[in-house]
Design a protein around this ligand. Structure first.
Ligand SMILES: Cc1cc2nc3c(=O)[nH]c(=O)nc-3n(C[C@H](O)[C@H](O)[C@H](O)COP(=O)(O)O)c2cc1C
Length: 199
C-alpha cells in the first residue's frame, strides 16, 4: 500500500512539472519578472517604437494606467510599407535585423532622461528580436540606477528571445521581466500586469 501511495505521489509530481513547463513554453511573460521600485508618475517614461501602431496602442494604455510620460522613438528615416515587407529578404527591416552593426538614427531625444526612474520600453518583434532602432535608443543614454520594463507586440512570437541582446546594451539598469501583448489587449489586461509589477 505504501509503495502504491509513493507511485501515485511521484505521478502527481510529474504531471504538475509537465503542466508547469507547458504553461511556461507559451507564456507571454518572462519568468524572471521582478518588482518595480516606488516611483511617482512624473518619474515614469513609456518609450516605444511602432510602425503600424500596435505597440503604440499598448504604450498609450500603459501611460494611461501609470500616468507616465509617452515618448515615441521616431526614426529619422520613417519606415515605408516596402521597408517593412519582410517577405522580401532585402527589405530595409530585414537588412537591418541581419546586421549586427545597424543602428537606425533616432529623430530627437528624451528631454531630461535623468528625471526618470522607470522606463517601460516597447517595440514590435522583428524576426524574434527587437528592431535595431531599440539598440540605438539603449546606446543613447545612461540607464544606471534606472529600471527598464520591456514589452512588445508580435504576430505570436514571445518576447524572451529579444531580451538578452537588449539587456546587454544597458546592463547598468535593472531589467524587469518582459511582457508580450496582443495588439488588442485591453486597458484592464495592462492594468493587471502593471499591478503585478507593483507587487
Ligand atoms: C520585419 C518584420 C519582422 C517581423 N517578425 C516577426 C516575428 O519574428 N514574429 C512575430 O510574431 N511577428 C513578427 N512581425 C510582426 C510584428 O511583430 C507585429 O505585426 C507587431 O505587432 C507590429 O507592431 P507595430 O504595429 O507596433 O509596428 C514582424 C513584422 C515585421 C515588419
Amino acid at each position: 500500500m505504501k509503495k502504491f501511495k509513493f507511485v501515485v505521489f511521484v505521478l502527481i509530481i510529474c504531471c504538475l512539472s509537465f503542466a508547469l513547463v507547458a504553461c511556461n513554453a507559451d507564456a507571454d511573460e518572462d519568468p524572471d519578472a521582478g518588482k518595480l521600485p516606488p516611483a511617482q508618475s512624473s518619474e515614469i517614461l513609456v518609450a516605444y517604437f511602432s510602425c503600424t501602431n500596435n505597440t503604440k496602442g499598448i504604450a498609450e494604455k500603459i501611460a494611461n494606467v501609470t500616468g507616465g510620460e509617452l515618448y515615441e522613438i521616431e526614426p529619422v528615416q520613417p519606415y515605408t510599407q516596402e521597408d517593412l515587407a519582410y517577405g522580401n529578404s532585402s527589405c530595409r527591416a530585414n537588412t537591418e535585423q541581419n546586421s549586427s552593426t545597424a543602428r537606425p538614427e533616432i529623430s530627437g531625444s528624451v528631454r531630461d532622461m535623468e528625471s526618470y526612474e522607470v522606463i517601460y520600453l516597447g517595440y514590435p518583434i522583428w524576426w524574434g528580436k527587437a528592431p535595431k532602432i531599440i539598440y540605438t535608443f539603449l546606446e543613447s543614454y545612461d540607464f544606471s540606477g534606472k529600471t527598464i520594463v520591456p514589452f512588445c507586440t508580435s504576430g505570436g512570437s514571445a518576447i524572451n528571445g529579444s531580451l538578452p541582446e537588449i539587456k546587454a546594451l544597458a546592463n547598468a539598469a535593472t531589467w524587469l521581466g518582459g511582457r508580450r501583448f496582443d495588439a488588442n489587449a485591453s486597458q484592464a489586461d495592462i492594468k493587471a500586469w502593471v499591478d503585478s509589477l507593483n507587487g
